[in-house]
Design a protein around this ligand. Structure first.
Ligand code: PGA
Ligand code: MN
Length: 471
């Protein structure tokens, strides 16, 4: 087995490894085996199966391909299933009397204009742009006059003026064309839909059966929701770890308790930018990444990282800066969504992230920033102290690698969060824990059989490192 994630340049002091982890969403652009293989070869660490799109059968096919490639490759890869959560959507929409919402009639037709009236009728299966339905059963009950209704990533804005038992009447603030099954965000409304819907529970059962490594939970609002999913996984004997997607104002209010109970956190800037003031998103990103650093939890920055690469082979300067800044914010991983799922340049997007990471990480290693004291859970308090001591030693000793036995990944995680400069080679005799460690910044997980004792481990670790030419 050759470690290709780790390109060591023989005569240089520093071992070269991209420490920032890359998550790639699979989709229509990346279903073929050769495409997935190319993503692995270009450095993807975690694949995201997005349950908001595609059938479970399609996801099973993708997973089969990943599993096949994973057994042939030296790369340790994790697979994350992303639960849709209570995403509210518009119903099917037919052309209105005023003209079609799409097609040639759309040209010159303003669609909904400021001041127009619109009725939302829950459970209506097919509507028009002036009167349509939603999959949110209790829409009428939960919404209040004055609340905003944002449609299609906030491109269309309505405001509720009245409601009765059957429908909610809104006035158009920012117009446009409403299309079928577009997302609806209700930033002013206390949404009563459970965070884990019936469809999500089906996906959870599927994820357990197919032994995914991570489950991401969308639209998290409180720690209880994560505990609920955790308990379910535990009861089923599943070791899947949970990534909380922070994309609602309620999650920001309950941030600390959410981070505490989560295995990892994802800054979901897409919905966050609709649910909150867009100008707040960069600050929220900093707040979340900072808190995750303090609490020793991996954090992912996601959405529109290299959005323009969906269509063009070169990113914008702003996007390159954004990826670099996410790494400087101490993100453990960055996620590609449309770029790899539906884009024209998925491989180039991954290579671009790597190139930015290579440069940014070198800069960060040169300019050490103060390390926070990690407030780990009680069970890992000693490990946190150990990680801090290792970091202190490395300030004085120029080590090329840090090698650890990290059976369940706790030591690897806290060493990673301590942001030592040297790559962390983390051994475990558990394949699943090895895969889960793929998410941690700077960690290279290696599967090995349990050593007989410490000496045996040191001997075997040395052997592995030398044969893999890592140090
Ligand atoms: P999504 O989550 O892609 O599942 O919507 C990410 C986000 O909202 O940024
Ligand atoms: Mn989202």
């Amino acid at each position: 087995m050759e470690i290709t994630q780790f390109s060591y340049e023989a005569n240089k002091k520093q071992t070269k490894m991209i420490k920032t982890k890359i998550i790639a969403t699979l989709g229509p652009a990346t279903t073929k085996t050769e495409n997935i293989k190319a993503l692995i070869d270009s450095g993807v660490n975690v694949f995201r199966l997005n349950f908001s799109h595609g059938s479970l059968e399609e996801h099973a096919n993708l997973l089969d391909t990943i599993n096949k490639l994973r057994s042939e490759s030296s790369h340790t890869l994790a697979v994350m299933g992303d639960l849709c959560g209570p995403k509210i959507r518009t119903s099917q929409i037919e052309p209105s009397q005023k003209g079609s919402y799409e097609g040639p009639e759309r040209r010159g037709n303003p669609g909904l204009k400021k001041g127009d009236e619109v009725a939302i009728v829950p459970n209506m299966e097919t509507g028009t742009i002036n009167r349509f339905g939603t999959n949110y059963e209790h829409f009428n009950r939960d919404i209040q006059p004055g609340d905003r209704v944002l449609i299609d990533d906030g491109q269309i804005e309505l405001r509720v003026i009245d409601k009765d038992d059957n429908q909610t009447t809104c006035t158009v603030i920012v117009g446009g064309f409403i299309q079928s099954h577009k997302g609806i965000n209700l930033p002013d409304t206390k949404v009563s839909t459970p965070s884990i819907t019936e469809r999500d529970w089906e996906c959870v059962a599927w994820a357990i059966e197919h032994q995914l490594d991570y489950l991401a939970l969308s639209f998290v609002r409180s720690a209880e929701e994560i505990n609920h999913l955790k308990k379910h996984l535990r009861d089923q004997g599943s070791p899947i770890k949970i990534i909380s997607k922070v994309e609602k104002p309620e999650a920001i209010e309950n941030l600390e308790s959410i981070v505490h109970v989560s295995d990892a956190v994802l800054v979901a800037r897409g919905d966050l930018g609709v649910e909150m003031d867009l100008a707040q998103v960069p600050l929220i990103q900093k707040r979340i990444t900072k808190m995750c650093r303090r609490l020793g939890k991996p954090v992912v920055v996601a959405t529109q990282m290299l959005q323009s690469m969906i269509e063009t082979p070169v990113p914008t300067r702003a996007e390159v800066s954004d990826v670099a800044n996410a790494i400087m914010d101490f993100a453990d991983a960055v996620m590609l969504s449309g770029e790899t799922a539906v884009g024209e340049y998925p491989i180039e997007a991954v290579q671009t992230i790597k190139q930015i990471a290579r440069n940014t990480e070198a800069f960060m290693d040169e300019h050490n920033s103060p390390r926070p004291q990690i407030e780990a859970d009680d069970a890992l308090a000693v490990t946190a102290t150990l990680a801090r001591s290792v970091a202190q030693i490395l300030d004085e000793v120029n080590a090329r690698l840090v090698v650890t036995w990290s059976q369940a990944g706790g030591t690897a995680r806290l060493l990673s969060k301590s942001r030592i400069d040297a790559p962390i080679v983390a051994f475990s005799s558990d394949e699943l824990f090895c895969r889960q460690m793929s998410l941690h910044y700077g960690v290279l997980p290696i599967y090995a059989e349990l050593p007989a004792n410490t000496q045996d481990f040191i001997r075997r670790a040395e052997e592995t490192i030398l044969t893999k030419k890592m140090g």
